[in-house]
Each structure stands twice: as C-alpha cells, then as structure tokens.
Design a protein. Structure first.
Length: 282
C-alpha cells in the first residue's frame, strides 16, 4: 500500500443488525462483503491507541443523510452502542485492507445538520465494575436469566392508549385491574407512532377512576410519544425481599441478601448492646 492509493473505510453495525459502510475514497469500495459508500460524508479523527489496557479513542463525524444515518434514529438512540470498524485500504486492491480500529459508538451528539460520535475501543469494558454485589436488595434485573420471572404471566403487563401528555405527565386509558403505583420502577415500551420501539423507566404511577392512569417517566425518550400511541407497561420492582415475595411470588429466585447486617452494625456491633445496658441501668 502506498500513500497515493491509501483510503480509509468504516463499517457501522447497529444492534438490530443493520450494517452501513463508508469511505473517504472518491469511488465505492467493496470488501468483507460490505459496500463502502463515498457519498455519506463520514470522516474520523486519527485513532489514538495506547499501550496496555488504556482506552483507544477517536471520534467519527458526518453529515446527516436520508440515505445513511437519519437524525430521527440518533434521537431514538438506535445508534447507541453500535459496533464500528475502521480499515486502511489500498483502493487499487481492496482485498489488502488492514483493520486499524474496532470498538463501539459512545455518546452521539448532533448539531447543524451533522453528528459527532465518540468511539470506544475494545478495552473500554475493562474500566467497568464486574461481579456480584452483596446487598440486602436484589441485584438481578426483573425477568432476566437470574430472576427467572416470566413477565408474560397474567397481571404483570398491561397495554394502554395515550390520551394526553402535559408537563412530562402521560394520561393512559385501558389499564383496569392494576393497583396504584403497580408500574413504578417498571418499563414503558412504546408500541406505535414515531417513537415505536423506544422505552423508558416509570418514575410515578397513579391509578385513576375508570381504568385510567397518570404516569411520569424518569427520562423522556429521544422521540417523544404522542396522544393516540399505544404503550405497554411492565410491573416495577424495588429489589426488596418483601416485594419479591408478595408482589411477584418469586422469592426462591431472590438474588439479594436480606439478612445482611447494616453498615452501622458492621462498624460498631456492640453499639446496640451498650445502649441497652445504659437504659437498663437508668
């Protein structure tokens, strides 16, 4: 490969399997079964690679294009966590492409008709905490492989229609039979409309007469829902042992340590005993 025939190419793979290829060459390239388009306006700053476990980092910059990356998809978070690979390639012989970076998209921002995405290298997970957490509350996710709760069991989910949205609160219809605050800390999945497929965690949930409810989300989706959209609410869990037992009847799969002593007891186990003697002496 010579400087005069060198080009760069990028492939972005979304979590839903969509693959897009881009190149800074003035003609289309093809290798690894991917077509790399020259007209998408994607470019990247120089890759910075450290030794050891330091994080590789760079940025990708591009124009928002109807044929490639839609602004609506960025707002919806559909590009969050997408895999990105970058090659140096000899455009006269694309089969000799050399992979120089592999990682994932981090924070994606937009302004002025363009997007800017932080790239995170393969060593990024080494900076994250791993392992069990010893805590009185459960550390599993509701319905995951450790929790084992079947979320399709009757009474755990309900489908509703948005009647109104005002000041961050959402009015829903069609949720008869659920207790007040049943969905707090649960998931709100949008089933139709422009925000279809997006989800958010429920902050507040209040039951109203006639099967209606008023809910508030912790974070509004990148594309807000609208009146008339269908949503599905899933029961919320506060990770407490009593909730696992009484609300979900799933205590055999509880992944917390409800009998673990509190921090003040661990630091001063005789404190209660001393206070008891003093009270008795008095």
């Amino acid at each position: 490969m010579t400087i005069t025939t060198m080009a760069r190419a990028w492939a972005i793979t979304r979590r839903d399997g969509l693959v897009l290829g881009f190149t800074d060459h003035d003609d289309e390239l093809r290798f690894d079964g991917i077509d790399f388009r020259p007209d998408a306006g994607l470019s990247a700053l120089a890759v910075m690679q450290g030794s050891g476990l330091s994080v590789d980092n760079t940025e990708a910059v591009g124009a928002l294009s109807d044929g490639a990356i839609h602004e609506r998809d960025i707002l919806a978070g559909r590009w969050d966590g997408a895999e990105l690979r970058q090659w140096e390639v000899d455009w006269s012989d694309p089969g000799k492409a050399r992979l120089v970076f592999r990682g994932h998209l981090g924070e994606v921002s937009r302004s002025g008709g363009a997007f800017r995405a932080e790239l995170r290298g393969l060593s990024e997970p080494m900076n994250q905490s791993h392992g069990r957490v010893f805590h009185p509350r459960c550390d599993a996710l509701l319905g995951d492989g450790r929790c084992k709760l079947d979320l399709d069991r009757p009474g755990l989910r309900g489908t509703a229609r948005i009647e109104w949205i005002k000041d961050g609160r959402i009015g829903l219809a069609g949720l008869e039979g659920f207790e007040d605050r049943w969905f707090e800390r649960g998931e709100c999945l949008i089933l139709s409309g422009a925000a279809e497929g997006l989800s958010a965690q429920v902050k507040n949930d209040r039951a109203l007469p006639g099967g209606r409810r008023e809910v508030e989300l912790w974070v509004e989706p990148g594309i807000p829902p609208a009146a008339g959209d269908q949503v599905r609410l899933t029961a919320g869990c506060d990770k407490a042992a009593a909730t696992c037992l009484r609300k979900f009847a799933n205590f055999p799969n509880f992944r917390g340590f409800p009998d673990l002593p509190q921090e003040d007891w661990l630091m001063a186990p005789d404190a209660d005993r001393g206070r008891g003697h003093e009270a008795h002496d008095d």
